[in-house]
Design a protein around this ligand. Structure first.
Ligand SMILES: [Zn+2]
Length: 255
């Protein structure tokens, strides 16, 4: 995941469900002129599907088709969302109706997920050091708490997977199940795993990753007024040597 250039070029394929060549690589797709939309001055590309004998546009059959924004606006909406800016605030900044922005966010989320699956499953990820953590959050108001369980690659902080739910073993199990599908684990090495001291992860790992080789370390951090006071380590599975190279303990996320 360092600076290895990865070839992500793929042959174009037809995105129209129902076409005889839908998603087939065994087909010819060529550029077929450009067009301008009302909402974007940047020209968009048209394509021609030779096998199915039809044209389709650059956004055709995608979540962003006919969403009345420019690519620039989609990019801005996506970036603002990642900074935690609300749909209302984004709509205000972009001078758009909030319902429009909400539609964009939904479409962008779905596109983002597709890209994530592409990265994980097509390019492939090789996670050597997995870190799992949970963030407290809420849904609509603070009395309805909702935990965000996340799994990251420890060196790069690449988000492998996440899961929403209560702070229970069920949510941890869903997280581990979900991430297991996204890569190859412990094939030629021992997978390193760190979490906080929660029984949920221990059980989830034993249940779902039981057949692969992993070493598991729990790290307990105690803070006083946000200042890190002590860090304790518990080797649940494996030994200190398994973690000897580059084991770092700075907090990835604020508690
Ligand atoms: Zn087609």
């Amino acid at each position: 995941m360092k600076n290895n250039p990865v070839n992500t070029d793929l042959p174009l394929f037809c995105p129209r469900e129902g076409c005889v060549c839908y998603q087939s690589y065994d087909n010819k797709i060529t550029k077929d002129g450009i067009y301008i939309t009302k909402s974007d001055m940047v020209p968009r590309q048209m394509f021609y599907c030779h096998g199915g004998g039809h044209r389709f546009s650059e956004t055709g059959y995608s979540e962003l088709f006919g969403k009345h924004g420019s690519f620039k606006e989609y990019e801005q909406a996506a970036k603002l969302s990642t900074y935690g800016i609300s749909a209302n605030a984004t709509a205000d900044v972009l001078g758009r109706d909030v319902r429009t922005v909400e539609q964009w966010q939904k479409a962008l989320g779905s596109k983002g997920q597709q890209l994530h699956y592409f990265l994980c499953l097509h390019i492939g990820i090789n996670v050597l050091f997995l870190q799992m953590d949970e963030l407290w959050s809420y849904f609509k108001n603070k009395s309805r708490q909702l935990w965000v369980f996340i799994a990251l690659e420890s060196e790069t902080k690449f988000w492998v997977s996440f899961e929403l739910g209560s702070r229970t073993i069920c949510t941890a199990c869903r997280l581990v199940k979900g991430l297991r599908r996204l890569g190859k684990w412990g094939d030629d090495h021992i997978l390193k795993v760190t979490t906080d001291k929660s029984a949920a992860y221990k059980n989830a790992l034993a249940n779902i990753m039981g057949d692969i080789q992993y070493a598991y370390l729990q790290i307990v951090k105690r803070r006083v007024k946000r200042r890190l006071v002590t860090v304790k380590k518990f080797f649940v599975k494996g030994m200190a040597e398994d973690f000897s190279e580059k084991l770092r303990t700075p907090p990835l996320l604020r508690d």
